[in-house]
Design a protein around this ligand. Sequence first.
Ligand SMILES: [Zn+2]
Length: 242
Amino acid sequence: MAQSVTLCFIDELNDFLKPPSRGRDFTVSFPEPRSLKDLIESVGVPHTEAGSVFVNGSMADMESLTVDGDMIRVCPQRDKYLIAPRFIADVHLGRLARRLRLLGLDCLFNPALDDAGIAAIGALEGRIVLTRDRRLLMRRAVTHGIFIRSGSAGEQIREVTLRVETDGFIAPLTRCPVCNGRISGTGRESVIDKVPPKTYAYYSDFSTCGECGKVYWRGAHWTRLEKMIASDVCPSNSGIFL
Ligand SMILES: [Zn+2]
């Protein structure tokens, strides 16, 4: 039997709606009962971005079915995910992936993966999908995901840490920003043929990536890197390393 329900989205969820539906109640009609998740996504809002849903004033489960005449109010997701902060980023978020890795957080990034591949790996490995593509978040395989709004990597880091508990997991400069492998200290002699002679002569501490073999040392870029990491960890920090 055909149904009509009234929907109202709160705050930033309105960004996902067509302009005529933003900031007001609007009615949608459909031929058969459907889950709240399907209904909410049918108007453009990924289920990962929706938090509490109220039907006729009572909190409801996303899988519950609509009833004709329902008044449905959808709040933004403001709770943090309580799973380990491991990520997979889409093709548009390479800079964010590098910044997360610099903080020591595990973030896969492979531009060759399509949406289905990202969703599948996210589900298989329990990774939070980071994307600027809402259609990716609407895939059923995606249980944990964050729609990234900003184009600035610094702001993107804050969008992630608002939704995911990273305290206790941040370990700056322990993960390779290039490949996501672990980096660790290595004997100076082992890098003698892998770094320029002047670098070898000037620096004593070197680290290598266990995956790609890239060699790291505290070169001229180090202070800038430390400041960037400090501001990611604590935005009010003016550049004092941890
Ligand atoms: Zn590496």
